[in-house]
Ligand binder design. Structure first.
Ligand SMILES: [Zn+2]
Length: 380
């Protein structure tokens, strides 16, 4: 027969011999007032992680002490005592809880330290270390390691290793005397393997990159739309930037920062038509944009941006929903950063991402523009 704890306390008076072993000191504690009279109890009820490290609480009936955020079953406040430090709780005869591990650094810190260590190992290795040895080093199972790494960085260990080598190639191409030297130095085992990915990594061939991207020509024009000034730019592959703002000159500077090595050419007559189509699309996003896009970003950014493009007109999503959709729950902050780095306003609808509480939060092109866009789409 089971009673809920409230009922049991009515039916049976508190007796010292109920529950596991207790020390004399812990037993003495029961004479104290019920914990729900203490302001700290509210933090325990809310499992507030901000209270972690400020105090600990112990439960007389189980003999353990916890962090305020512990996810274990709520204790009866009559059995709860507060302690300012771990050692105070341990001196009173309580053991650390095995769930919230109050005797160890918080789980996020341990996870972050473990992942940082794995990242350093990947960076220091000549070639990509295998997953099994990284997991062993972290003291985790293969599956758990993979999941934790992805939750913290937003990338799989392999994608992280690829991104790191790509960074090294970029640096190498600027300083090494030959392209091949730069590629091998960055840890690619063959030139072929690098060339197969170079377009994705550099957005152009290595020789073009080395030549300062001189052959990459970007045409652009600045116009006006219902949201203010708009800059539209197009590479040989497709529309590569849609920027919004109040000051046309600032938009051109932003384009230059984004494509420092490209040759920027002001739009010609043929290009004006592209601009007109983009302006029409920004003014009425529901129409859709029937132009190819040239989306350049890191592997993680690309995944976020793909997920954004799947949010239908008139709908919104939160940063953590997007993180979950791309299979990297816990990377909400990185998702927000990817939204802020979006080069294609409206075409990649980062304006459809809102905060958990429904607040609009930031928008790279100003919160008022975000509000206007959402209202236009019927989402706000
Ligand atoms: Zn606990």
């Amino acid at each position: 027969m089971r009673f809920n704890s409230k009922r049991r306390s009515v039916l049976r008076p508190r007796r010292v011999h109920i529950g596991p072993m207790k020390t004399a000191r812990a037993a003495r504690a029961e004479a104290g007032p019920s914990a729900d009279q203490d302001p700290r109890w509210a933090a325990v009820v809310a499992r507030d992680p901000r209270a972690d490290g400020i105090f600990y609480y112990s439960v007389r009936t189980t003999g353990v002490y916890c962090r305020p955020s512990c996810g274990s079953r709520r204790a009866n406040p009559r059995n709860v005592r507060f302690h300012r430090t771990r050692s105070e709780a341990e001196h009173a005869g309580f053991r650390p809880c095995r769930r919230c591990r109050p005797d160890q650094p918080p789980i996020e810190k341990r996870r972050a330290a473990m992942v940082a260590d794995a990242c350093r190992a990947i960076e220091a290795a000549e070639s990509t270390p295998d997953l099994a040895s990284l997991a062993r080093r972290a003291g985790l199972s293969l599956h758990h390691f993979h999941r934790t790494f992805k939750a913290v960085t937003g990338l799989t260990p392999r994608a992280y290793a690829d991104a790191h080598r790509a960074r090294r190639v970029r640096q190498g191409l600027r300083t090494r005397s030959t392209v091949t030297e730069a590629i091998y130095e960055a840890g690619f085992s063959s030139g072929g393997r690098f060339y197969a990915q170079s377009d994705r990594i550099l957005g152009m061939t290595p020789s073009d990159y080395r030549a300062g991207g001189s052959r990459a020509e970007i045409r652009f024009a600045v116009g006006e739309c219902s949201l203010g000034s708009i800059l539209v730019a197009r590479s040989a592959k497709g529309v590569c930037a849609i920027l919004l703002g109040d000051d046309p000159a600032a938009l051109v500077r932003e384009l230059q920062d984004r494509f420092p090595r490209a040759v920027l050419r002001g739009g010609d007559a043929a290009f004006e038509e592209t601009v007109a189509r983009v302006v029409g699309f920004v003014d009425a996003p529901a129409l859709g944009l029937d132009l190819p896009l040239d989306v350049r970003g890191t592997a993680f950014q690309q995944r976020v941006w793909r997920a954004l493009r799947e949010i239908p007109t008139g709908a919104t999503a939160t940063y953590s929903e997007i993180a979950a959709r791309i299979g990297a729950p816990g990377s909400a902050r990185a998702v927000a950063q990817a939204c802020a780095a979006n080069p294609l306003a409206v075409a990649i609808p980062c304006h459809r991402v809102v905060r958990q509480d429904g607040e609009l939060s930031g928008y790279r092109w100003g919160i008022e523009r975000k509000r206007t866009l959402l209202r236009k789409e019927g989402a706000a």
